[in-house]
Each structure stands twice: as structure tokens, then as C-alpha cells.
Design a protein around this ligand. Structure first.
Ligand code: NAP
Length: 328
């Protein structure tokens, strides 16, 4: 599909792309570049690529597909290194979790002969680094591309086919719209998780130990999300500020309504909301984006899908082998 794929950054996402590319034969040559020697050595030991270098410019030489897989905050410095070395006609893409900021940073630095097509796979886990990746990460998950209106249709089709071959469903979207959608589906949930786990961290030592001890309820799932990479999430909130604040405003209004319902004992309001939210979860499972298995599919010898779960059997519902992952 491609002669040379250059991956700049080889953590969870970069290494998953490398593994899927090799498994499916999507590029003749995979060049890997990262910042630290120890990370590069880990990628080499795992056999993720054909060539390895700490020099990002060297990695992108003669590459017809370049994908930035670093935290978004590093894009400016990475682009300064690679821009002069990008091959004419190459596709430059990325996997960053925000898109308007990415377009604003990259576009002025991209040579006119290079096709800029930012991307975002809606797939991930709370783990980081080259060893955390796996080739099935993108299977049955969405990948959003945000090309500008003037981008070559053939280049978009080639990148769409690349993600499709890794198992993704691909959709093109405006970058600002992407950021608004992801603010409510991903960024605010992470902010809530960081906040609630932070509140526990600040509790008195006695109470804190009991929260940890009895955490096998809702709190545990928040801690999984709140264990996500601090640098990556710092960059997301710094670069998607407007959309996050807009959605946070709506969230706070709804929270105030909920707070009032609890205070005045408005049972019908509480039950009405909880019934609507249950339906939202069911529709996500029906769409194949989550498992209907109890406890998010965590392995339990005797766990069964209750008869009251949704129509369709587990495989039809798109249960993932690596269930429980967290999208960014
Ligand atoms: P990761 O596992 O932490 O890997 C990050 C990679 O970027 C590492 O190779 C790291 O190299 C490199 N890097 C970090 N800072 C750098 C810098 N200043 N300059 C150059 N390289 C640098 O991260 P990830 O989870 O794969 O995330 C990568 C991107 O994917 C992020 O933009 C994120 O928004 C996006 N994304 C993540 C998820 C998710 O769930 N994790 C989902 C979708 C999209 P060294 O170790 O050598 O420093």
C-alpha cells in the first residue's frame, strides 16, 4: 500500500500502527523515530520496524506516509525538524486527540507538495509506551480524518484505505466539529475522572484507605481512566480549551439540576434521567462500541451476559478481545 511509513513517536498508538502495518503488509518499509534512546531500544527489541533512528528528519526521508504519534504539544518542534526532509507527494498525518490546534500548528509548516491529512483513531487504553500496543487496537473502532477542503482526494482515499486495512471505520469531519464531539465524549469524562480521583487523594488518610479498600464499585472505573498518561492529557486540555469549556458549562448546568433533584427529593426527575442514560449505554453497545458483558468484560469464571441485556449475541455486539480500553 505504501513504500515507506515513518512513525514519529512509538508509544501505545505508534506501536499499534507499526504492528498492524507489519501484520497486514501495509508498507514495504517501516521507519521508527522517537525522542529517547531507551524507547527506541524497546521498539527495536520488539521488532516493530525496519529502521530505527533518534533523528526524525532521517526517518521521514523518502517516506510516502508519515504519521506523528507523539503528544500534541511536541508537534511544533517535531515539524521544525522534519519539514525540510518531507518527500514531495508524501501524506503527512497524525493521531492526536485534538484536531483544530493540530491544523493550526502544522499547516503553516507543511511544504506545498505534501498532503496534510490530520487523523484521530478513537481507540486506546490507559497504558503507554511501545510494549503497550497491539495490532487489533483499531479493529471496529472509528478513525476520524480532518483534511482541509483543498486536499487531494486520491491522498485522502489512500489514507482511508490504510486505516480501513487496520480494521477501522473511517469518517472525514471538520476539525472544529471533531473537537466539540470529543470534548463531551472523551475529554470531559477524563476531567471528571481526574477530579473525583483527585478528591479521594485529598481525603483524610483514614477515609482514603477505606475508599481504596472498598473501591470495587464505580470508583474503580474512574481510577482506570484517571491513570491515563499525564502529559498527553495535559496537552489535550491545553489545546482543546474552548470546546472543553463550552461542554463543561453545559455539564455544570445539568449537575446543578441533579443536585437540586437530590436536595428536594425529586424521585421522578432522578429516575427519569437514569432511565434515559441507561438507554444511551444500550445504544452504544448496539453500535458495537462497547461490550454487554458484566463488569466491562473483565474476566470472571462465572460471569454471564444477563438475559435482559440487549438483543443480539456477544459477537454480534462487537466485543473486543482487549475490552475495557479507553479512547482519548
Ligand atoms: P505514549 O504511549 O506516551 O507514546 C508517546 C510517544 O511520543 C513516545 O514514543 C515518546 O517518545 C514520544 N514523545 C513524547 N514526547 C515527545 C517529545 N516532546 N518529542 C518527541 N517525541 C516525544 O502516547 P500514546 O498513547 O501513543 O499517544 C500518542 C498520541 O496519540 C497523542 O497525541 C494522543 O493524543 C494520541 N491518542 C492517544 C490515545 C490513547 O488512548 N492513548 C488514543 C487516541 C489518540 P519517548 O519515550 O522517546 O519520549
Amino acid at each position: 500500500m505504501f513504500d515507506k511509513l515513518a512513525l514519529i513517536g512509538i508509544g501505545l498508538i505508534g506501536s499499534s500502527i507499526a504492528r498492524a502495518t507489519r501484520l497486514k503488509g501495509l508498507a514495504k518499509h517501516v521507519a521508527i523515530s522517537t525522542r529517547k534512546l531507551e524507547t527506541l531500544d524497546e521498539a527495536r527489541t520488539l521488532g516493530l520496524g525496519d529502521t530505527y533512528t533518534l533523528d526524525a528528519a532521517e526517518a521521514v526521508e523518502a517516506a510516502d506516509l508519515v504519521i506523528l504519534c507523539t503528544p500534541v504539544g511536541a508537534y511544533g518542534s517535531v515539524m521544525e525538524q522534519i519539514a525540510p526532509a518531507l518527500a514531495p507527494g508524501a501524506i503527512l498525518s497524525d493521531v492526536g486527540s485534538v484536531k483544530r490546534h493540530v491544523v493550526d500548528v502544522l499547516k503553516p509548516l507543511v511544504p506545498a507538495s505534501v498532503h496534510l491529512i490530520p487523523g484521530h483513531p478513537l481507540a486506546g487504553t490507559e497504558h503507554s509506551g511501545p510494549s503497550a500496543g497491539f495490532p487489533e487496537l483499531f479493529v471496529n473502532r472509528w478513525c476520524v480524518l480532518t483534511p482541509g477542503p483543498d486536499v487531494d482526494a486520491v491522498a485522502i482515499a489512500r489514507l482511508t484505505a490504510f486505516w480501513g486495512a487496520m480494521g477501522s471505520n473511517v469518517e472525514c469531519m471538520d476539525a472544529t466539529h471533531h473537537d466539540m464531539v470529543l470534548a463531551i465524549t472523551s475529554h470531559i469524562p477524563h476531567l471528571i475522572a481526574y477530579n473525583i480521583v483527585g478528591t479521594v487523594a485529598d481525603l483524610e488518610a483514614d477515609t482514603q484507605s477505606e475508599v481504596i479498600k472498598f473501591s470495587a464499585s464505580g470508583f474503580r472505573d474512574f481510577t482506570r481512566i484517571a491513570a491515563s498518561d499525564p502529559v498527553m492529557w495535559r496537552d489535550i486540555f491545553l489545546t482543546n480549551r474552548d470546546a472543553v469549556l463550552e461542554m463543561l458549562g453545559r455539564f455544570n448546568e445539568d449537575l446543578s439540576r441533579l443536585q437540586r433533584a437530590v436536595r428536594v427529593g425529586d424521585g421522578p426527575a432522578l429516575e427519569g434521567l437514569f432511565t434515559r442514560t441507561r438507554a444511551v449505554r444500550r445504544s452504544i453497545i448496539t453500535a458495537g462500541q462497547e461490550t454487554a458483558q458484566a463488569d466491562f468484560g473483565r474476566p470472571h469464571a462465572s460471569a454471564k451476559v444477563p438475559a435482559s441485556a440487549l438483543p443480539g449475541t456477544a459477537p454480534e455486539l462487537g466485543i473486543r478481545e482487549h475490552g475495557g480500553g479507553e479512547d482519548a
